[in-house]
Design a protein around this ligand. Sequence first.
Ligand code: ADP
Length: 189
Amino acid sequence: MLNIVIFGAPGSGKGTQSERIVAKYGINHISTGDVLRAQIKAGTELGKTAKGYIDQGQLLPDELIIDILASTLDSFEDSKGVIFDGFPRTIAQAEALKKMLAERGQEVSIMLDLDVPEDELMTRLIKRGQESGRADDNEETIKKRLVVYHSQTSPLIDWYKNDGKYQHINGLGTMEGIFAEIAEAIDKI
Ligand code: ADP
């Protein structure tokens, strides 16, 4: 089982690189952001709740997102592993993921930290907002998301270092070059 946590600030390229990992390694992909956006589009109760948080650049409550993750995980059959994209984002979520996988006789194989300088994140997200119309990719909300990243999510770097799973990836460069570094790290597991 190949269980990969793809980690990084908003705009670090998690989604793009996840697609490539899925194509090369044939594992399932969970993007909590995509799940929430699909719920918003479908107009569900969960979607309405999620929209409130996302538009403010805030994280959803841990219990809610952990439940979503557990049910998505259970929906996979004959899985060769999973790439977790956008989860965990807090220490509580990382602990829940560890427990969830342990209950299934599994563990996180590697945590890939896509490291991108702050000014580049800002440029990428503003461009994405203009091209995709994603509501949370506007300057004000991006700034809030970066603050949330630094206060609530970046402590996971040390958490995964302590867990012996941390792998730094230089997130600047061509998509191919970054993917080559990722594949090299995965192939060494
Ligand atoms: P990005 O990495 O660009 O911020 P995502 O698509 O991963 O975008 O997430 C968009 C938003 O969805 C987040 O800003 C947050 O409000 C919510 N969200 C996604 N994943 C989680 C999570 N694991 N815990 C709490 N909220 C989440």
